[in-house]
Design a protein around this ligand. Structure first.
Ligand code: PEP
Length: 254
């Protein structure tokens, strides 16, 4: 089977539980046409994980993700969320390395490698975010920058482990700015990432990995971006908070 096509919502630190419930209802009860190879994943605030798990319980192809977890198994880490807590709720996905966490919480590639490890040891699939800031894009060194992120956080994994990772390429200059990478820019980087993985792990592994694009995806540009051969869907912030927009993005999956 070909790699999964995924529409992932990132609510970030938005919405009350009541607003979250209403939004989920408005999305999952609208018609969409998910085939067996397509997934919808809602990365939502931690306090709402149980609510969302109940809501999507009967929905085929729909999953809930945490937006973060800690690198340690358990213990005196006040305020952190362990993978064991997530698995005890039935959560199967976690977003790691979002640029906002890298920037505001100083998450390094090495620290993210530790988080990746504990997730995979506990059967949680990471959605690993990578992507360059504007200064790097302007200097045209984005490939080297992203390759370093992949190498330092992922390339210690076995091929079997890496195959469980979902990658989200999110150029930082396109996140929440309304400025989307062109579909050609997205395709170019996604193809580069796949080639880089193939170089280390071989083409079979590289071809099996879903690489999502993130950065101001909306209903109006999703079809064009998702139609690129190496783009396997999107990680969506702002537009995932609007039911009609996100339903259209789900329906844009190829
Ligand atoms: C994100 O937060 O991952 C993101 C891509 O945000 P937005 O869609 O708002 O740019």
């Amino acid at each position: 089977m070909s790699r999964k096509q995924i529409a992932a919502a990132n609510w970030k630190m938005n919405l009350t539980v009541q607003q979250g419930e209403e939004l989920l209802d408005n999305i999952i009860n609208k018609p969409h046409h998910l085939n067996d190879n397509q997934l919808v994943i809602f990365a939502i605030p931690a306090p709402y994980l149980t609510m969302a798990q109940h809501k999507i319980a009967e929905k085929k192809g729909v999953y809930v993700a945490a937006q973060n977890c800690f690198s340690k198994k358990s213990g005196a880490y006040t305020g952190e969320i362990s993978v064991e807590m997530l698995t005890s709720l039935g959560i199967q996905f976690v977003v790691l390395g979002h640029s906002e966490r890298r920037e505001y919480f100083n998450e390094s590639n090495a620290f993210l490698a530790e988080k990746i490890n504990i997730c995979l040891e506990n059967n949680i699939q990471p959605i690993f975010c990578c992507g360059e800031p504007l200064s790097i894009r302007e200097a045209d060194t984005q490939n080297e920058y992203v390759a370093k992120q992949l190498k330092e956080s992922l390339y210690h994994l076995s091929a079997e482990q890496l195959a469980k990772v979902i990658i989200a390429y999110e150029p930082i200059w396109a996140i929440g700015t309304g400025k989307t990478a062109s579909s050609a820019q997205a395709q170019e980087m996604h193809a580069f990432i796949r080639k880089d993985i193939a170089h280390v792990y071989g083409t079979e592994v590289a071809d099996s990995i879903s690489i999502l694009y993130g950065g101001s995806v909306k209903a109006a540009n999703a079809v064009e971006i998702f139609s690129q051969p190496d783009v396997d869907g999107g990680l969506v912030g702002g537009a995932s908070l609007i039911a009609d927009e996100f339903v259209a993005i789900i329906n844009a999956l190829q």
